[in-house]
Design a protein around this ligand. Structure first.
Ligand code: NI
Length: 394
């Protein structure tokens, strides 16, 4: 089986590459993946794979049944959306949509999953169980397509026992994959604060309530929630990335706006941090005679890779690629809405190395120069197929 999968991943490489080029050249923003979904659906139809389109918007859900389809079900997930970035790569398959680019590799994820689907479907008499394919919309935008698909029942009928996904990783070379069991990525919540003071003449501060001076206290003070309230063994980041107030040198403005992000890796602490941010901001503003409006819409949960499922997947990957090509990942404070699936079932989110010999294709994701060494497509398709078969048969 391992040799069959390897040779099929090799044989279908030109096709998967062409699929990737098509998706890359025609990127669509989160929750607008209409043509991408249509294209994926056309490929599944071509391969003879039953599937449903338009799930919770643009989601595409496929099913591949092996022998004894009721024995066990696992799910494989790929995301489909692109980012509002103007592509800077000069390649034949450059984005045709101005200001939209597959800069996070979701074109790679979707094309790899189509390759996996083709291989597993062809080999369906040689494995048992059912594979659920999840082509997910809107990973880059809150609330995230995963939570919408889960609400739409995607984790039922049949109910998968485990879920797997891969993600491009420009910090490792093509031909490698990386795993990390346990807590791997952070929760990502947006923080919006408005401080309402009272405008006035800059020379008469005692007649005004200065939201800028208060905002400075709030920004500095809130860092103490991270450094003095959070348990130091739980990674936490609070970054304010936008501040807006005022318009000239001699007028104290009415209000100040502050936008930022809170990231952490423990769901209980995350809720407590929300409470503390609100309390500290409200009371600080109150002390200076101002009022605060604080909005912290809940974003992606933190991503937990099931230790057992991940250890298994890692050992299967080692059998497929060789020990040297399977790396251990560091934890990351970035987020992924794959986390929503892992709140419901054991999951494993692993990384696909995409640079070339650590020299080329090293631009980070979400960068206008991001691209991959396409040799990685073979690794992605082959490794994911092999993990899926083993997860079903174990
Ligand atoms: Ni991504």
């Amino acid at each position: 089986m391992i040799d069959k999968i390897k040779s099929k991943a090799e044989e279908y490489f030109p096709e998967i590459q062409a699929i990737r080029h098509h998706i890359h050249a025609n990127p669509e923003l989160s929750f607008e993946e209409y043509k991408t979904a249509e294209f994926i659906s056309s490929k599944l139809t071509e391969y003879g794979i039953e599937h449903e389109t338009g799930v919770a918007g643009t989601g595409v859900i496929g099913l591949i049944k092996g022998k004894n389809p009721d024995k066990k079900c696992i799910a494989l997930r790929a995301d489909m959306d692109a980012l509002p970035i103007q592509e800077a790569n000069d390649v034949a398959y450059k984005s045709k949509n101005d200001g939209v680019m597959h800069a996070c590799g979701h074109d790679v994820h979707s094309s790899c999953l189509l390759g996996v689907a083709k291989i597993l479907h062809e080999l369906r008499d040689e494995w048992e169980g059912t594979v659920k394919l999840i082509f997910q919309q809107g990973e880059e935008k809150h609330p995230g397509g995963a939570s919408l698909l889960i609400k739409a029942g995607v984790l039922e009928n049949p109910k998968p026992e485990a879920i797997f996904a891969l993600h491009v990783y420009p910090h490792m070379p093509s031909g490698t994959v990386g795993f990390r069991a346990g807590q791997y990525m952070a929760s990502t919540d947006e923080v919006y604060i408005t401080i309402n003071g009272k405008g006035g003449h800059a020379a008469l501060p005692h007649k005004a309530i200065d939201p800028i001076a208060i905002g400075a206290q709030v920004i500095t003070g809130l860092q103490q929630i991270v450094s003095r309230k959070g348990n130091p063994i739980t990674p936490t980041v609070l970054s304010f990335c936008k501040i807006e107030s005022g318009f000239t040198t001699n007028v104290i403005p009415d209000k100040l706006e502050l936008w930022g992000t809170l990231r952490t890796m423990n769901e209980e602490w995350r809720a407590e941090a929300h409470r503390l941010i609100k309390e500290f901001t409200t009371k600080t503003c109150e002390a200076y005679g101002a009022t605060a409006e604080i909005n912290i819409p809940t974003g992606h949960a933190s991503l937990f890779n099931d230790p057992e499922v991940t250890a298994n997947a890692e050992s299967w990957a080692k059998a497929f690629l060789g020990d040297d090509n399977v790396k251990t990942l560091d934890i990351r404070m970035t987020g992924e809405d794959f986390s929503f699936y892992t709140l419901h079932m054991p999951g494993c989110f692993f990384r696909l190395g995409t640079n070339k010999n650590d020299e080329d294709f090293t631009a980070s994701v979400h960068n206008a120069h991001f691209n991959i060494d396409e040799e990685a497509l073979k690794t992605g398709v082959g490794t994911m197929s092999w993990i899926a078969v083993n997860a079903l048969m174990s």
